[in-house]
Ligand binder design. Structure first.
Ligand code: ZN
Length: 243
């Protein structure tokens, strides 16, 4: 398949999984070190659309016929910050967007602590890859399931609403992703998630939506979920060790 049809197939999967509604969301793929294709402005990810080619740095559209998404400059800023990223998705799934609009997100370093415990019990081996050992991960209490620290590793949060499509938003996203965060929540807006492949990016978005569904469901029941903690990891390891 060509790069363009791969991006369309990926966006159709994103829509089929319910991660976007109507014309919400946008996505891109780095096709050369300094070039990306991105969904056109107003695209419905579940339908057919054009994928104009853009230069990443300095950001500009290379297409005369079609206008890239108004958030294309944010995608370019993230590619600039992260050479390892090949696919970016901006999505607004129901549960994760509920959390993004809830004002109930508090940052902490829980995954950093989990990682310390993990290395202690695994001969110094890190749960995270090198670029996530920096200790400056801004993670929140989304650790409902092990897939969150394992697949997403580091989650960022921009707690002030910033105008979509603005230079300011592109700048803030660049800063967050340059710290090694793989998913960033934007207050009252939605999420940006990155990956080395379409599959990794989609999987991260789906696991995050599941974690948020668990959070919202437990809050609706009037309780807080039991977070995955350091001791949970150790117990799991001991059980596995006995098998
Ligand atoms: Zn947006």
């Amino acid at each position: 398949m060509s790069d363009k049809s791969d991006l369309r197939y990926f966006c159709n999967e994103v829509a089929n999984e319910g991660l976007v509604r109507g014309s919400s969301g946008n996505a891109s793929c780095r096709v050369e070190p300094n070039r990306m294709i991105v969904t056109e402005t107003g695209a419905w990810l579940g339908r057919d659309f054009y994928t104009p080619l853009c230069a990443i740095r300095p950001f500009r559209s290379l297409s005369d016929l079609y206008t890239p998404s108004s958030e294309a400059k944010a995608h370019a800023a993230i590619y600039e910050a992260r050479k390892d990223v090949r696919v970016i998705l901006h999505f607004q799934s129901p549960y994760a967007t509920t959390m993004a609009a809830s004002g109930r997100i508090h940052s902490d370093h829980r995954y950093g602590e989990i990682n310390k415990e993990w290395s202690k019990h695994n001969g110094g081996e890190s749960l995270f890859t090198d670029d996530h050992k920096m200790g400056n991960q801004r993670c929140d209490d989304f650790s409902t399931i092990p897939e969150i620290p394992y697949y997403i590793r580091s989650i960022g949060y921009i707690e002030q609403f910033i105008t979509p499509g603005s230079d300011d938003l592109a700048k803030k996203l660049r800063l967050h992703f340059s710290r090694g965060e793989n998913l960033v929540i934007l207050a009252n807006h939605g999420m940006f998630v990155v990956g080395k492949s379409y599959e990794e990016t989609l999987q991260r978005a789906l696991f995050f939506e599941l974690a948020c569904q668990i959070k919202v469901n437990t809050l609706s029941m009037g309780i807080e979920f039991t977070p995955l903690t350091n001791s949970t990891w150790i117990v799991e390891k001991e059980i596995n060790g006995r098998k």
